[in-house]
Design a protein around this ligand. Sequence first.
Ligand code: ADP
Ligand code: ADP
Length: 229
Amino acid sequence: MKILKTEDLKKYYGNKENEVHALNGVNFYVEEGEFVSIVGTSGSGKSTLLHMLGGLDRPTSGKVFVDGKDIFSLKDEALTIFRRRKIGFVFQSYNLVPVLNVYENIVLPIELDGNKVDKAYVNELIEILGIGEKLQNLPGHLSGGQQQRVAIARALAAKPAIVLADEPTGNLDSRTSQDVLGLLKVTGEKFGQTIVMITHNPDLAQLADRIVRIEDGKIVNRKECEANA
Ligand code: ADP
Ligand code: ADP
């Protein structure tokens, strides 16, 4: 089943005189349980695509289906609820709340939504991610790699079907990046989550089941690239 699918997705920024075509008709899909990397040069439209997949911003035209649901047919409030239920986000910056300890950060989104924490599941995440010793610490006392592992635990804590990660290891050294993404992959496989990750790093992209390339706001596949080369 295709858990994510876009239909001729277009996103233009700016006004008529100064229009940026960030997405030029993207037809993209991800199978349930897949780990897909999106690669492409800076400005090719990767972040814009990820924002659309996650319903963070509305397209100029075209559709996004998440689990079969045409998400932009939803009004803003319903879209927010749908997004919170289905999708976990990981960004380059960890965005942890500095005055809350690690455990409080991990469960905060669940509690803000008024939901009950599945303690057994969250403890399993904490164990896999290797942050059990740090639960009482404030984020400021952790290394970058540890903070990103906390951010991943937070993104996964509400059991999202889909995890969207935008340059999740952009602030980490290459060894730590491999480790952190390895853990993201392990949790994804263990809990059946679908992962879509943006990276400009080809070594990290290799960790995925599949690599999709975007250029000038369009998906290009290798055959087309070779034909044009
Ligand atoms: P990438 O993630 O591949 O670096 P982006 O999706 O961030 O690419 O950007 C694609 C294009 O859209 C770029 O030309 C960028 O400058 C432009 N863009 C992105 N966000 C905005 C915005 N909020 N307003 C105007 N232009 C934007
Ligand atoms: P192949 O010809 O072996 O499928 P390609 O170079 O054409 O390889 O594509 C690279 C990868 O990107 C493939 O795994 C392919 O399935 C995937 N891919 C190509 N187009 C899309 C798309 N529109 N949406 C999602 N994945 C795509």
